[in-house]
Ligand binder design. Structure first.
Ligand SMILES: [Zn+2]
Length: 331
């Protein structure tokens, strides 16, 4: 059921069936024109929940534009089904073209073969093929996206909504800040029940460094309502930024210690030696889709260390392995 959070502001509960994120919070700003922020997967349970809540609120889709915080399919999947002629789908100028490119199977083939070099077995990648919702629950092909940049503003429901480019979780993630209400739609940049996944992205040398910078970028915003994209939990922005920063500093240290203890680990093996808050007894029992995210996360931490001269990446027998830099000090 839709939940009224403030004047002209609603939260729509979209279930993500079988996904550890559990739900997506879609937000709706109502007014002369409406703005729907994020949509859910292009899958039946998301579609049913979305349509039912839009109907419950009497939303006229002919007067509804859509804002996508980032390219992930749990945020974007339904957008092209919900959009009506004359309405706009907004997405960041960095994530938009990337998302369109991801509709090409070649992208996934290249990504999957890179993951084999980072330590996955070919059998694991074959088994993962097509079960990844990023591959099959994203939006239908669409050519009308309106791209937004850092500092661009929109106006809905009496609010001036400013785009804040916050790369890290994705290369072009946008937060949306409502100046009058001091609402911050934080997308997956700030979450409370889990730490947002920060993985390596093609063409991005240091996505974790970008993420940590993006946390500082919003840390001091005056925020009355902090509106994350998953789960009901919310809280204080500065405290959460500091906790997320500390979390990644610990993880960077864990990754470095793993490489120091056992030289020539792949990212896959480093991921297996990092601690994860998932209910599995050990790395071998991790569900494959979770391994995929875990290895991406290990890679972003290894990239961070490599960029700062703490580890070196070496190719060995067709795999990339990591060794601690010899001149690295002990802190
Ligand atoms: Zn996401």
């Amino acid at each position: 059921m839709a939940n009224r959070i403030a004047k002209n502001l609603w939260q729509l509960e979209i279930p993500l069936v079988g996904n550890p994120l559990k739900n997506l919070n879609s937000y709706l700003i109502t007014g002369e024109r409406n703005l729907l922020i994020d949509t859910g997967f292009r899958q039946a349970p998301c579609r049913a929940a979305m349509l039912q809540q839009l109907q419950e609120l009497g939303v006229d889709l002919d007067r509804t534009d859509i804002f996508l915080t980032h390219l992930h399919s749990d945020h974007t999947g339904l957008s092209t089904e919900l959009i009506r002629p004359g309405c706009q789908i907004y997405i960041g100028a960095v994530d938009g073209p990337r998302m369109t490119g991801y509709q090409d199977g070649d992208h996934w083939r290249a990504l999957y073969s890179a993951y084999v070099q980072d330590g996955f077995s070919q059998e694991e990648m074959d088994a993962l093929w097509d079960s990844n919702p990023a591959q099959n629950a994203g939006p239908r092909p669409y050519s009308g996206y309106v791209y937004l940049r850092d500092g661009d503003t929109l106006s809905y429901g009496g609010q001036t909504l400013r785009c804040i480019l916050t790369p890290g979780h994705t290369p072009g993630h946008l937060c949306l800040y409502a100046e009058e209400g001091r609402w911050l739609f934080s997308g997956d940049h700030i979450l409370f029940h889990i730490t947002p996944n920060i993985c390596r992205w093609e063409g991005v040398p240091d996505s974790l460094g970008d993420y940590l910078d993006s946390l500082q970028k919003i840390r001091n915003l005056p925020v009355e309502l902090l509106l994350p994209a998953h789960r009901a939990e919310t809280g204080n922005l500065q405290e959460r930024v500091d906790a997320l920063t500390a979390h990644h500093m610990r993880r960077i240290w864990d990754a470095l210690q793993a490489v120091r203890r056992e030289p020539e680990l792949t990212a896959y093996q480093v991921a297996g030696r990092m601690a994860w808050s998932i209910r599995s007894r050990n790395w071998a029992e991790f569900p494959l889709t979770q391994k995929f995210f875990a290895v991406g996360e290990a890679l972003s931490h290894l990239d961070y260390l490599e960029r700062r001269g703490r580890v070196t990446r070496v190719e060995k027998n067709g795999k990339f392995v990591y060794v601690a830099a010899r001149n690295g000090d002990n802190n």
